[in-house]
Design a protein around this ligand. Structure first.
Ligand SMILES: Nc1ncnc2c1ncn2[C@@H]1O[C@H](COP(=O)(O)OP(=O)(O)OP(=O)(O)O)[C@@H](O)[C@H]1O
Ligand SMILES: [Mg+2]
Length: 272
């Protein structure tokens, strides 16, 4: 049975339609790579799956086992076992990282974890993710370096033990050694009963975590699926073949940008 089933999903943000009919399903045990050019809706899909309030679903459905995900709040989704490691984890001043982690663990388990057991678990998890213990006791993401924020997301994943894991560019900002550490943790956590949907622009991460499948999002739709050779092809040649071979026009972000540039007459350009 599919762990997650997304059917004809349309979603908009700020009144602009970003997802234009996503159909995807994930079996348990799968690690799926999600690729696509900048600004084509990958993070939007992950945010919609998690229930970010800025994104409005206008059509379609998402089922987790037999549960209608769209009818649930973010915390209900997290309790079910959905987990999102964000592309840009926000700083939360005033919220202690360890307190936050402990509260999150407690909402996912029937019995509250004791202080002793929590700090023991936290100590071994920080060692595994190779972050200083001090990072776990500071305010959540406040003043963390880019790489520390990403590793803290992985620390959360390890401690919460989610069922369906969404990783949004977890490798961005990580040094080479940290990518290896994060991949080792992902490989340890993934298993028969779990699912992973992983966004990255780089083959290096995928070489280390061995996705079972790759899907490509263009213009808010999944246009192509394949195996790891698809990741290699994109890594080496970019997305141009999608236009030339599949006849799909890849909308560019620049379309929306101001056309006036240095060296052109601003007055002439603006009255065009
Ligand atoms: N909160 C928001 N407010 C306004 N526009 C948004 C918001 N979130 C996303 N968008 C727009 O939706 C489009 C898709 O963004 P999204 O973040 O999903 O892209 P992406 O495929 O993840 O790109 P990248 O590879 O650069 O991370 C972009 O044009 C983006 O500017
Ligand atoms: Mg993104």
């Amino acid at each position: 049975m599919a762990l997650i089933k997304i059917n004809d999903l349309h979603a908009e943000v700020e009144g602009k339609e970003i997802l234009k009919g996503i159909n995807l399903s994930f079996e348990t045990g799968e690690v799926v790579a999600l690729l696509g050019p900048n600004g084509h809706g990958k993070s939007t899909l992950l945010n919609v799956l998690m229930g970010h309030p800025k994104y409005k679903v206008t059509e379609g459905s998402i089922y987790y086992n037999d549960i209608d995900v769209l009818s649930l709040s973010i915390d209900e989704r997290a309790r079910l076992g959905l987990f999102l490691a964000m592309q840009n984890p926000p700083e939360v001043p005033g919220v202690n990282n360890a307190d936050f982690l402990r509260a999150a663990i407690n909402t996912r388990s029937e019995k509250k974890v004791s202080t002793y057991q929590f700090y023991k678990t936290l100590d071994s998890a920080t060692k595994e993710v190779k972050v200083p213990f001090d990072l776990a006791t500071r305010n959540l993401n406040e003043g963390f370096s880019g790489g520390e924020k990403k590793r803290n997301e992985i620390l959360q994943m390890l401690l919460l033990n989610p069922e369906f894991v969404l990783l949004d560019e977890i490798d961005s900002g990580l040094d080479v050694d940290a990518i290896q550490v994060v991949s080792d943790v992902i490989n340890k956590v993934k298993g028969e009963s779990k699912g992973f949907l992983v966004i990255s622009h780089y083959a290096r991460l995928f070489d280390l975590i061995h996705p079972s499948r790759a899907v490509v999002m263009i213009n808010g739709r999944i246009v192509l699926e394949g195996d790891s050779s698809l990741i290699k092809r994109i890594d080496e040649n970019g997305y141009e073949f999608i236009r030339s071979e599949l006849g799909i026009n890849i909308e560019k972000e620049e379309t929306y940008m101001n056309k006036v540039s240095i060296g052109s007459c601003a007055v002439k350009e603006s009255i065009k």
